[in-house]
Design a protein around this ligand. Structure first.
Ligand SMILES: *Cc1c(COP(=O)(O)O)cnc(C)c1O
Length: 374
């Protein structure tokens, strides 16, 4: 069993992917070829955002979003410490200071109730992360940020395709970012990412920044980066799009099977009823995690930890964050464990994972296992 099965996915989309790659090889426009604009149009339509700008990775998307907002030295950007390092890395790269707000211990997403107190006159942006594929409390976060005149960038690297109160992840705030890293819900076969916005001015700025700040050839109106997504990777995402809704359905099927088999015996990250998750990860909360992972590995079941150390406790970041304690993030970092997940995971596989896991945890808990329905 694989933790994320990319081979089966390729087999399911093989003919379309191969044909799309061949078409690029035939026309030879490897950089900014026609598939780039085609993908941007398709993804803008999918999310409902007016603009989509493809970029070289999810990390680059976050960097370009902050650059377009003019974030730099002396500024503060509020974010969650319980995320992949890229979310905070781009803030520091621009000379700004990350300010960490703790997460909701149930959903592992930024706790909107603690946000207002952390916004200062120097705050320029808030970056909530839609962790494990489930959007954060975007309405609450947007409302608080708007009161302070601060932009919100959704880090939707794990949540492309998720719904939140009738809207799509990526189109929930000033700017949305996503990643097409191969193991993300909508992956390419290399690096790729995208920015979404309905603000025409920001869209123009982000398009220019992606191409070295060019407003036209060799006229550099602003400082930019080499941030293009190459044509082949855009073609691969285009080839995978027709199957994407089916794949999301299969991810939900897999999550529902896990839910049913684990019942109340294993705690897990809560999911809210007013939004959907695309289940980038199916994450349980366990004790004595290392021993458990070893026992499962011995039974042929791979697991992963996202993330074992929160950003504000990482050696390179600890000194930057002003000692925010963020106890919920620390507790989660010590207890989260993700199980194999993906559209091609069979019910038999899920049965085997759950049998082994329940065997290991024994007669554990009942009451506090929870899928929230409020
Ligand atoms: C994957 C990921 C990123 C970075 O995306 P890349 O395409 O790998 O650069 C950023 N934030 C989060 C939350 C991620 O999961």
């Amino acid at each position: 069993m694989e933790f994320i099965d990319l081979k089966s996915q390729y087999q399911a989309t093989r003919d379309l992917v191969n044909a799309r790659i061949q078409a690029v090889l035939d026309h030879g426009q490897y950089i900014m070829g026609p598939e780039v604009a085609e993908l941007e149009a398709a993804l803008a339509q999918y999310t409902g955002a007016r603009h989509c700008i493809t970029v070289s990775s999810g990390t680059e998307a976050l960097l370009i979003a902050l650059m377009a907002l003019g974030v730099g030295r002396g500024d503060e950007v509020v974010t969650t410490p319980f995320t992949f390092i890229a979310t905070a890395e781009v803030i520091v790269l621009l000379g700004a200071t990350p300010v960490f707000v703790d997460v909701d211990p149930l959903t592992a997403n930024l706790d909107a109730g603690q946000l207002d107190a952390r916004i200062t006159p120097r705050t320029r942006a808030v970056i909530p992360v839609s962790l494990y594929g489930q959007p954060a409390d975007m309405d609450e976060i947007n409302a608080i940020a708007a009161r302070h005149g601060v932009a919100v960038i959704e880090d939707g690297a794990q949540s492309f395709g998720a719904d939140y109160r009738g809207r799509k992840s990526g189109n929930l705030s000033t700017i949305g970012c996503t990643s097409f890293f191969p193991s993300k819900p909508l992956g390419c076969y290399g690096d790729g990412g995208a920015l979404f916005t309905s603000d025409d001015e920001l869209a123009g700025a982000m398009r220019e920044i992606r191409l070295h700040g060019q407003s036209r050839r060799y006229v550099h109106t602003r400082i930019g980066v080499g941030g293009r997504m190459d044509t082949l990777q855009c073609a691969i995402v285009l080839a995978k799009l027709p199957l994407f809704e089916w794949e999301l359905h299969q991810r939900r099927r897999a999550a529902a099977t896990y839910d049913a088999l684990l019942g109340t015996r294993v705690r897990r990250v809560a999911r809210r009823a007013d939004r959907s998750s695309v289940h980038a990860q199916y994450t349980v909360l366990v004790e004595r995690r290392e021993a458990l992972q070893q026992a499962l590995q011995a039974a042929g079941i791979p697991t992963a930890v996202h993330y074992p150390v929160p950003v504000h406790r990482q050696p390179a970041y600890a000194a930057l964050s002003g000692g925010d304690p963020c106890p919920a993030a620390c507790t989660l970092a010590g207890t989260v464990m993700s199980l194999p997940m993906g559209p091609y995971l069979t019910d038999e596989d899920i049965g085997a994972v759950c049998a082994a896991l329940l065997d290991c945890v024994g007669e554990a808990r009942t009451a506090d296992a929870a899928i929230l329905t409020a």
